[in-house]
Unconditional design. Structure first.
Length: 314
C-alpha cells in the first residue's frame, strides 16, 4: 500500500511542476468512517482523531527547518526527546521533509492491545520536482504517546535500540545491531583519528559520543524512523548529529571507523550556520574520505589518477 501511494505521488509530481501549498491528507488505509467510534479499554475515547489533529498541528508549526530550529519547546513533541535531542525530529530532519505535503499511511497501536502508544507512518512529498529527476519523497515513522493528558510524538530510536549490545572505547559508546561482529581495532583507530584531528585544528576532543553501527543502510535508516527514502542521489552510508553527540554508520566498509562522519563531529565548533555546506562536506571528505573509501583513496580517485577501488582503511 505504501509503495502504491508513493508511486501515485511520483507520477503526480512528474505531471505537475507548479508550486503548491503543502497539504495534510489521510491515506486510504485509514478507515475515516470508523475513527470517531474508536476507543480503548481505559475509556480514552477517540484517540485516532486526536492524534491526527495533533500531528497536523505539529507539522503546520514546523513547516520549515528554521521553524524547528527556533521552535524551542514544542507542546506537540515528547519532553524526553526534547531533553535528549537538540534536533529532536530526527527522521524528518534527515530527509529534510519540512514544508512537504504529508499523507498519513498508517496509524494503529504500536503493539497488539497497546492503548498508550500508537505508530504513525507518513508519506512526505514535495509539491513539485525538477523535470527529469526523481521527486523527493520519504516515508517516516514516529510514535504517538500520552503525556500530561494529551497526545505527543516521539522518535523510534530509543525503543528500537534499547536492547542492542554496547561497547565503550575511549569516549565513544558503540551501539550495535544484534549479530554485528564488533571490530575493536577499527574502534580504537576511530578514537585515535578523532583525537589527532582535534589536536591539528586546536578544537576540543570528543568526550562523549553515541555511535550506532548497522550492517546496512536500510537498517540505519529504519532505527531513526525512515522506512523508505527516494532522494536525488545515492543514499549515504552514514550521518552525524554533532550537536546531539550521535553518529550513525550503515556502511560495512567502514563500520566502527566512519572517519567522514567523525570529522563532522570533531569540527562542529568550526561549522556555523553561515558556512556553505560544501565547506563542511569538503573538510569531511578531505580528512575522512567518502563512499566507503579512506581519504587517500578518495583524493586519488577524484584526481583521476587511478581507477576506483574498494578502499583500504589502514
Amino acid at each position: 500500500m505504501a509503495l502504491m501511494l508513493a508511486a501515485t505521488v511520483v507520477l503526480s509530481c512528474a505531471r505537475d511542476s507548479s508550486p503548491k501549498r503543502p497539504e495534510f491528507r489521510i491515506g486510504i488505509a485509514i478507515d475515516t468512517a470508523r475513527v470517531d467510534r474508536w476507543w480503548d479499554a481505559t475509556g480514552w475515547r477517540k484517540p485516532i482523531p486526536q492524534i491526527l489533529e495533533n500531528w497536523r498541528l505539529y507539522l503546520a508549526s514546523t513547516s520549515s527547518f528554521d521553524a524547528v530550529e527556533k521552535l524551542g519547546f514544542s507542546p506537540y513533541w515528547a519532553t524526553a526527546d526534547q531533553r535528549d535531542f537538540k534536533s529532536y525530529d530526527i527522521a524528518r530532519g534527515r530527509v529534510d521533509a519540512f514544508g512537504a505535503s504529508a499523507t498519513v499511511l498508517h496509524l494503529a497501536p504500536s503493539s497488539p492491545g497497546a492503548t498508550d502508544r500508537y505508530e504513525i507512518r507518513t508519506l512526505f512529498s514535495w509539491p513539485h520536482s525538477t523535470p527529469g529527476r526523481v521527486p523527493h519523497v520519504a516515508i517516516v515513522r514516529v510514535y504517538a504517546t500520552r503525556e500530561n493528558g494529551r497526545w505527543v510524538f516521539s522518535n523510534v530510536l530509543s525503543d528500537l535500540t534499547r536492547d542492542w549490545p554496547r561497547e565503550k572505547v575511549g569516549p565513544i559508546t558503540y551501539i550495535m545491531q544484534p549479530g554485528h561482529r564488533f571490530d575493536r581495532t577499527r574502534a580504537e583507530r576511530a578514537v585515535a583519528f578523532s583525537d589527532s584531528l582535534a589536536e591539528v585544528f586546536g578544537v576540543p576532543a570528543i568526550t562523549d559520543l553515541e555511535y550506532y553501527v548497522t550492517d546496512s543502510r536500510e537498517e540505519m535508516y529504519r532505527i531513526v524512523g525512515i522506512d523508505w527514502y527516494a532522494d536525488y542521489g545515492e543514499p549515504g552510508g552514514g550521518f552525524a548529529m554533532p550537536r546531539d553527540k550521535r553518529l550513525f554508520s550503515g556502511d560495512v566498509l567502514v563500520g566502527e571507523e566512519h572517519r567522514h562522519e567523525l570529522t563532522h563531529v570533531v569540527l562542529q565548533s568550526l561549522d556555523s550556520s553561515k558556512s556553505h555546506w560544501i565547506t563542511s562536506e569538503g573538510l569531511a571528505t578531505w580528512f575522512g574520505g567518502t563512499l566507503g573509501q579512506d581519504a587517500a583513496v578518495t583524493l586519488t580517485r577524484y584526481a583521476g589518477l587511478s581507477p576506483p577501488t574498494s578502499g583500504d582503511h589502514t
